[in-house]
Design a protein around this ligand. Structure first.
Ligand code: URA
Length: 202
C-alpha cells in the first residue's frame, strides 16, 4: 500500500516498535518542507529534541541554523531535516542495532516520499549509513558522491563543532560547496529567497 507523507508521520508518531517508545517524551519525526529538494540527516534526538519533538533544537541545532542561514537555507522554508532514529535513547546512550533496524524504515520511506536531489549527512553515523560504512568525517567531509540519483555529502555534526570549533571553517567550506551544488541541481531551492551577497562564517 502506498502511503503519503502525513500518513507516514502519523504512523511514526504512534510507533511502538521498540522499547524507546517507553521512555521517549516525543517522537522526533522531522522538520521542514516535505517537498524540499535538500535534506539533512542526523543521528537521533537528544534531550532537547525529545522535549520539543523537533530535530536539532539544542545548542548544536542553533549552530546548525547559523550555518544554514549563511547559505540562505532555513529549516522552516527550503530544506527538510530528519534523523536516522526518531526517539531519544535514555541518558543519550547510542541506539542499539535492533532499535536502529526497527526505525530506519521510517527514514528510508521519508527519503522515498520527499525525493531529495541532495542529502547532507551530519556526522559520522549518518554518513556511514548513507554514504559508506567506513566514512571518516575528517578525511571525507565535503566530498560529493551520487547514489541512486541523489547527490550526497557528509560533514561535521554540529555537536562535534561545539566540542572542536577549529573545524568550523571546514564545515563552512562544505556549506559553500552545498550552495554551489544546489545552484547546479535544484536552484528552485532559492526561489523567492533573498540571497546574501557575502556569506559569513558563523
Ligand atoms: N543530534 C542529532 O543527530 N540529531 C538531533 O536531532 C539532535 C542532535
Amino acid at each position: 500500500m502506498s502511503m503519503n507523507y502525513e500518513e507516514l508521520r502519523s504512523l511514526c508518531l504512534h510507533c511502538q516498535k521498540c522499547k524507546l517508545a517507553e521512555t521517549r517524551t516525543n517522537v522526533v519525526f522531522g522538520v521542514g518542507d516535505p517537498n524540499a529538494k535538500v535534506m539533512f540527516i542526523g543521528e537521533g534526538p537528544g534531550e532537547n529534541e525529545d522535549l520539543q519533538g523537533e530535530p536539532f533544537v539544542g545548542r548544536g541545532g542553533q549552530l546548525l541554523d547559523k550555518f544554514l542561514a549563511a547559505v540562505d537555507l532555513d529549516r522552516k522554508k527550503n530544506i527538510y531535516i530528519g534523523n536516522m532514529v526518531k526517539c531519544r535513547p535514555p541518558k543519550n546512550r547510542d541506539p542499539e542495532p535492533g532499535e536502529v533496524a526497527e526505525c530506519i524504515g521510517y527514514l528510508n520511506k521519508q527519503i522515498e516520499l520527499i525525493q531529495p536531489k541532495i542529502i547532507v549527512c551530519l556526522g559520522r553515523i549518518a554518513s556511514c549509513y548513507m554514504i559508506n560504512p567506513t566514512f571518516k568525517v575528517t578525511k571525507e567531509h565535503g566530498q560529493w558522491t551520487q547514489k541512486n540519483g541523489i547527490w550526497m555529502m557528509g560533514t561535521f555534526h554540529p555537536a562535534a563543532l561545539l566540542r572542536n570549533p577549529n573545524n568550523k571553517p571546514l564545515c563552512f567550506e562544505d556549506m559553500l560547496s552545498l550552495r554551489d551544488k544546489i545552484m547546479e541541481v535544484c536552484p528552485e531551492t532559492y526561489a523567492g529567497i533573498e540571497l546574501l551577497g557575502l556569506p559569513q562564517m558563523p
